[in-house]
Design a protein around this ligand. Structure first.
Ligand code: GCB
Length: 608
């Protein structure tokens, strides 16, 4: 019994050390102290800063001289040897991946330590302090002033830790061990068609919070009644129970007070007068504020309904056709992961120029600037979980990682009107365990947010090898709200001239969105329209494919692959690829290929 109790305690200690704290809602508009900028770094291929020479982790050790990098030690006298020194080490910019900042880290996958010193101006011992990361790829072990705050895994979602007990006004330091090694049981897994950029890739911020503060809230239009707002507020802190909270929307002259329950939670519904609904043509955002005591948090929220009826997608009860394009989170022109509002402006302006009202953010959650800007621009958004290709379907730990990452992005973006689809996965091979895995993910997603649509990029097959009749034979099609599939007829298989002979036998009455098609083309390389890698071939493929897809009876949207060329280690063919997936409509130098205009023209003339 004693043994059981003590191993349980060890387990509890380990899990509480590992879990990141409850996420802060709307860190985007909360005021904070940015830790962006230069961070010192040490590349640690052999994990010297994490393990001793017997390969035992230093974690928890405060032993001076142990060699644990997170202690950020300095020699105390001229004889003392400490075999690392962050302050003598070079710097990397945060946010930013390391691959695109230092040539010798271009292909690096492994452990790298970051350190940043900081003071907290107007430090107030009566406040609470949180350290927030927009994203770190992939595993982050976070330490403040030599003590471990916790670990987070997952390269594309936010996390935060409370550090009230550790910080002071002056001379604080944060050390982060970042490890981006790919592993079979992680999400994504070993094999992807994109670059595994490592590092602290999004903003790092310190938040000063009241003793009891608003941790989370939601405010959305009811699915059926467009004069009813539903929401909740969650407080965090000692006085969270039976506390007064208010929701204020000045433009609607709406100011409501509610009282939280014993858990600091209150769920509410607020009848309103007629709302100015958010749509692509009218991306109306209301200023909304939530208050509890001295804590006031403001947001800009659009209200709209999204649903399906038969094979139609309805935005505010009107049929909408999704004129889309896929986007990777990469700024090829600067090089590296995209992270900033400027990057988002570049991508979404390209999409607007194409005539899009919809973007598929592939293949993982993108940074928050994208959805915030999409909210402002009236651009509809598909967000995706990094469950890609060959995940370990039967591993419950892998499932937990997928669920956690999806939960984190749903949590972050639930108040964004632009986001209409949660995608569970991309091109996953069929099997019973995979069906169970994805069905559980869909169930979890709907339990978190039943106001949006669920989909996944599936695959199509011909009924006989090389045949012309295309079907979706996938039981997951019964689970999703929108049937999406990727198809590469004319590129990976089939002769593009024959695409017109394809027959689509899709007997499920749901909207169909083609989540990918495309062809590689090296911008500036010209040939006749049968020459692979030429702009002309890509142009021809778009010309032939678009009308055929558009004739699928249930078609409700298209997102060709992809807005711009992106780096992929899988793409080794010189001179055409040279480390780039060339299916972009725009080159890595920002030049448009011919097919860009084919798609633009198609969207301009589409009568939907
Ligand atoms: C796909 C994948 C995408 C690839 C693309 C390609 O089906 O979903 O991640 O990059 O094909 O270019 O082959």
């Amino acid at each position: 019994m004693r043994l059981i109790v003590s191993s349980f305690l060890v387990f509890m200690m380990a899990t509480s050390l590992l879990a990141s704290d409850a996420l802060l809602q709307n860190n985007y508009l909360r005021k904070g102290l940015t830790l962006n900028g230069k961070w010192n770094y040490i590349v640690d291929v052999y994990e010297t800063g994490y393990y001793n020479y017997r390969w035992e982790p230093h974690d928890g050790s405060t032993n001076p001289g142990s060699g644990a990098f997170f202690l950020n030690e300095k020699p105390q006298n001229k004889r003392e040897i400490i075999e690392y020194d962050f302050d003598m080490a070079p710097t990397l910019l945060v946010p930013g991946d390391w691959n695109s900042q230092k040539e010798k880290l271009f292909y690096y996958e492994g452990t790298l330590w970051y350190k940043k010193s900081f003071d907290i101006e107007n430090f107030d011992a009566n406040k609470r302090y949180y350290l927030h990361f927009g994203a770190v790829n992939y595993r982050a072990d976070v330490y403040v002033n030599g003590k471990k705050l916790g670990v987070h895994k997952g390269g594309f979602t936010p996390f935060n830790f409370e550090m009230t007990h550790l910080v002071n006004a002056k001379d604080n330091f944060v050390v982060v061990r970042v490890d981006n090694k790919r592993a079979a049981d992680e999400v994504p897994t070993l094999n992807t068609d994109w670059w595994n950029y490592g590092g602290i890739t999004r903003d790092v911020t310190v938040y000063e919070l009241e003793q009891t503060f608003i941790e989370d809230y939601s405010l959305q239009l009811d699915k059926e009644n467009n004069k009813l707002l539903n929401g909740y507020i969650q407080l965090n802190g000692d006085t969270k129970a039976n506390a007064k909270v208010t929701v204020n929307i000045p433009e609607l002259k709406l100011n409501k007070e509610f009282t939280t329950d014993a858990n600091g939670h209150v769920k509410f519904s607020i009848p309103t007068k007629k709302l100015n609904l958010w749509s692509c043509d009218n991306p109306k955002l209301y200023d909304v504020s939530f208050a509890s005591g001295d804590d006031i948090i403001s947001d800009k929220i659009g209200f709209r309904q999204i649903s399906t009826r038969g094979s139609d997608i309805l935005l505010n009860d009107e049929v909408v056709f999704l004129k889309g394009i896929c986007i990777h989170e990469e700024n090829a022109m600067r090089g590296g992961r995209a992270y900033s509002m400027e990057d988002a402006v570049t991508h979404l302006n390209w999409a607007k120029e194409l005539g899009c009202n919809f973007v598929r953010l592939a293949h993982y959650p993108h940074n928050e600037n994208m959805v915030r800007l999409a909210d402002e621009m009236g651009m509809l958004v598909w967000e995706e979980s990094p469950v890609y290709w060959t995940i370990q379907w039967e591993n419950p730990e892998t499932y937990k990682k997928a669920e956690q990452q999806l939960t984190e992005v749903v949590y972050r973006d639930k108040n964004r009107a632009s986001v209409i689809i949660w995608s569970m996965a991309n091109e996953t091979p069929q099997s019973e365990p995979r069906l169970e895995f994805l069905s559980n993910l869909a169930k979890k997603t709907r339990s978190l947010d039943d106001t949006r649509l669920v989909s996944a990029a599936l695959e199509v097959h011909s009924t006989v090898p090389g045949g012309n009749t295309m079907v979706i034979e996938d039981e997951f099609a019964d689970v999703v709200d929108i049937l999406s599939f990727n198809q590469y007829y004319g590129w990976y298989w089939g002769d593009i001239e024959n695409i017109k002979n394809l027959k689509w036998e899709i007997d499920i009455d749901k909207p169909v969105v083609i989540s990918e098609f495309g062809a590689g083309a090296l911008q500036g390389y010209h040939g006749d329209s049968l020459t692979a890698w030429s702009e002309e071939f890509q142009e021809l493929l778009y010309e032939k494919t678009l009308p055929v897809l558009n004739a699928i009876p249930q078609i409700s949207g298209i997102t060709p692959w992809i807005i711009s060329d992106f780096r992929s280690p899988r793409r080794v063919l010189i001179p055409y690829q040279d480390g780039w997936n060339r299916k972009g409509l725009i080159s890595e130098t920002g030049n448009k290929k011919k097919a860009f205009y084919t798609l633009q023209n198609f969207y301009k003339n589409i009568n939907k």
